[in-house]
Design a protein around this ligand. Structure first.
Ligand SMILES: Nc1ncnc2c1ncn2[C@@H]1O[C@H](COP(=O)(O)OP(=O)(O)OP(=O)(O)O)[C@@H](O)[C@H]1O
Ligand SMILES: [Mg+2]
Length: 273
């Protein structure tokens, strides 16, 4: 395959969870995928298929048994300590739950400035960056003095996105970032992700259980099923003509507005067994 070198490359990754001294559970059974600069790669699959585990492995929160993760050509499979701290400016994360991921006792200004101050940016400079970020994620300038608890779910997710962006990362692992939001808010937050990608060329590894969400935002998609990738390719191809029966079922689960088509698809889904 030609094209730009991948920013993130995952090769044959195996991750186990240790359930007891003797028992292990293999959550990822040899996963390979890559994400190119400025690309959004979706990872879809049902609950428990291993999506978050893959995100955790990239972030250094789950230790792989074997396989390799490279970022911009550097092997980061077992990166710890100082290397991991350095990587934090390049690889960031947005989780599903903005309630849990934002410290409720810090003002928005403190939440956003903290990663910068930790990295050695002066407070004055941090203030400028924070103001710029609020503008980019379309939050009012006076948001800086308020606490995360004073915002709606969608606004809170904007704060979490701004927080991920302040250090100008090259990759953001997005783990179900819109799943807790209502459909209208989902759409506006997905638009924000798209717009930020156009402006900054940031790459996304975009985890979702919803093929409809992925269809809207991802260039390519990999379908995970019980710790293995069963299908991957350009989003348009996968969502138009999925080959794997599991992907076909996932697609049939995407809601459609038209009740007649919905009934047709329900029949098709049942037919698939
Ligand atoms: N800390 C852990 N210890 C043991 N098993 C775990 C742990 N975390 C996850 N698992 C198991 O690993 C598998 C994959 O979990 P993971 O969280 O990656 O799934 P997921 O695809 O993100 O699911 P969801 O859509 O529900 O978030 C599941 O069977 C889960 O029970
Ligand atoms: Mg998950």
């Amino acid at each position: 395959m030609t094209g730009p070198a991948p920013l993130l490359a995952i090769e044959d990754l195996v991750v186990d969870y240790r359930l007891s001294r003797r028992v292990r559970f293999r959550a990822l059974k040899g996963i390979s995928l890559d994400v190119k600069p400025g690309e959004c790669v979706g990872l879809v699959g049902e609950s428990g298929s291993g999506k978050s585990t893959l995100g955790k492995a990239v972030l250094g929160l789950a230790a792989p048994e074997s396989g390799r993760i490279t970022f911009d050509g550097e092997d980061i499979t077992h990166a710890r300590g100082a290397t991991r701290r350095r990587l934090a400016s390049d690889i960031q994360v947005v989780f599903q739950d903005p309630y849990g991921s934002l410290d409720p006792t810090m003002t928005v200004s403190e939440v956003l400035a903290e990663p910068l101050v930790v990295a050695g940016t002066s407070r004055a400079e941090a203030r400028t960056v924070v103001a710029d970020m609020l503008d980019r994620v379309r939050l009012p300038a006076d948001a800086v003095h308020r606490y995360p608890g004073e915002f709606s779910g969608g606004q809170r997710q904007r704060i979490a996105i701004a927080r991920a962006l302040v250090r100008r990362p090259r990759l953001i692992v997005c783990d179900e970032p819109v799943s807790a939001l209502d459909l209208t808010t989902q759409a506006t937050i997905l638009d924000l992700f798209l717009e930020l990608q156009r402006e900054t060329s940031v790459s996304y590894l975009f985890v979702s259980h919803d093929l409809g969400v992925v269809r809207r935002i991802c260039h390519r998609v990999s379908v995970l099923y019980q710790g293995e990738i069963v299908e991957s390719g350009p989003t348009a191809a996968i969502t138009r003509a999925p080959e794997h029966p599991y992907t076909q079922r996932l697609l049939l689960a995407v809601p459609v507005a038209d009740p007649a088509r919905q009934a047709e698809r329900r029949a098709a889904r049942l037919g698939l067994g």
